[in-house]
Design a protein around this ligand. Structure first.
Ligand SMILES: Cc1ncc(C[n+]2csc(CCOP(=O)(O)OP(=O)(O)O)c2C)c(N)n1
Length: 392
């Protein structure tokens, strides 16, 4: 699409917004047409493009149709533009995409693919620790992923200097930056008024937005050998080609439950839980079946952003374009073999089950372990298996 085409598209959307035709806030692009047209010359049609809440230009320049995009925007999905056929992904959670982009890049490299990943972020997202974790990972493993900071020197309003004291940071080579002056304000069009819905009825909600469904699992066949069942289940997943991700999965071996799993299937990660889960999520988009290991429930709390804001909702917000069949294996510590203190012994399975829409299995017996893993193996979406260290 040409520069004129881009500008006219956003002008048209701005007019619809000002006329109250859009059911949701829009984040318009503008002022960065030349830079993006240049960058997209290097982006091939089958490359992945990860975008942000401000995604219209990226979608159009990656080959998306203006009509399809307008339909999405008219139905309240300006921030949720997904297109699996184009490998186009956007995230309305600031800095949630880079770890997933890194995971896809890992998968592409592992497969020997020539596809690449391009992940756009604003300079506001550059402030998030999640971005740092992902950029360092991509740099360290030389993954086919380029992060592009779209620097308009504002997050919502504040400049980089106002936010963090200086306006520069030296990122590795996998991070490029271009600067621009935004045509439009952070949200909306700049004309007076904020959300200009014609009526309440126009506000779009998703069927799952108010509660949704909870899958539950009731099987309770008893057997004693809990640890053996966990180990055997993990080995069976490995035999099916699953990838085991986390820190200390190689050396610690997940309390011995990964002992017999070949090293090639174990991906040792930095100590960065949100990144760990994001990597698994990205790998799952390329056909891998990741098992992301958390050695304590408390540590999973560091990945709650990825868990709640992306993994749990991705299928819903992308209207089924993206599914992430990730298995989360999280162990709740206990008082055996020794008491490791309050921050290492809690069990959040019930709380997480109440929070998410995917199954959270908490097996108590060996047979329940086998059933939970069998269900996880067959699942089309995410599953969490909560194990109790005390039962090992
Ligand atoms: C984790 C998170 N925190 C806050 C927000 C609210 N929010 C949405 S966009 C935005 C500003 C982002 O600034 P930047 O990354 O520079 O992108 P720009 O809007 O300038 O393109 C904020 C704070 C969010 N969506 N996600």
């Amino acid at each position: 699409m040409t520069k004129r085409g881009l500008i006219d598209f956003e002008k048209h959307i701005a007019e619809l917004y000002d006329a109250g035709e859009l059911p949701y806030l829009v984040h318009l692009s503008g002022g960065n047409e030349d830079q993006l047209i240049e960058i997209f010359k290097d982006i091939r049609p089958d490359d992945y493009v990860f975008s942000t809440h401000r995604n219209h230009y990226h979608y159009l320049l990656h080959g998306g149709s203006p009509e399809a995009l307008e339909q999405k925007i008219l139905s309240g999905k300006s921030m949720f533009v997904f297109d699996r056929a184009m490998n186009f992904y956007s995230s309305s959670i600031v800095a949630a995409a880079p770890a997933i982009a890194a995971g896809v890049a890992w998968a592409l490299k592992r497969k020997g693919s020539t596809q690449r990943v391009w992940c756009f972020i604003g300079d506001g997202a550059e402030d998030e620790g999640h971005f740092y974790e992902a950029a360092r990972y991509v740099d360290g493993w030389d993954l086919p992923c380029m992060f592009i900071i779209e620097d308009n020197d504002r997050n919502v309003v504040a400049s980089k200097r106002e936010r963090r004291g200086n306006d520069r940071f030296d990122w590795p080579n996998c991070v490029q930056r271009y600067t621009y002056m935004s045509t439009y304000p952070h949200g909306g069009t700049g004309t007076p008024g904020w959300l200009k819905f014609k009526s309440e009825a126009q506000i779009v909600t998703h069927p799952l937005a108010n509660g949704g469904f909870v899958l539950s699992w009731h099987e309770t066949i008893k057997t004693d050998n809990y640890f053996a069942a966990v180990r055997q289940s993990c080995e069976s997943l490995a035999a099916g080609g699953a990838i085991f991700i986390g820190y200390n999965v190689k050396y610690g071996g997940a309390y011995g439950t990964f002992k017999e799993i070949p090293d090639d299937l174990k991906i040792e990660t930095p100590l960065a839980e949100n990144l760990m889960l994001g990597l698994g999520m990205g790998m799952s988009l390329e056909g891998f079946r990741p098992v992301v290991f958390f050695e304590r429930h408390e540590f999973l709390m560091n990945a709650m952003d990825a868990l709640v804001n992306t993994l749990d909702v991705i299928e819903t917000i992308s209207d089924g374009e993206y599914r992430m069949p990730v298995i989360i294996k999280a162990v709740a510590g206990g008082i055996k073999p020794f008491y490791a203190g309050l921050t290492h012994t809690r069990n959040f399975a019930d709380e997480i089950r109440a929070l998410v829409h995917f199954p959270v299995y908490a097996p108590e017996t060996g047979q329940e372990v086998l059933t939970a893993y069998t269900l996880a193996q067959k699942a089309q979406g995410p599953v969490m298996i909560s194990e109790k260290k005390e039962l090992y």
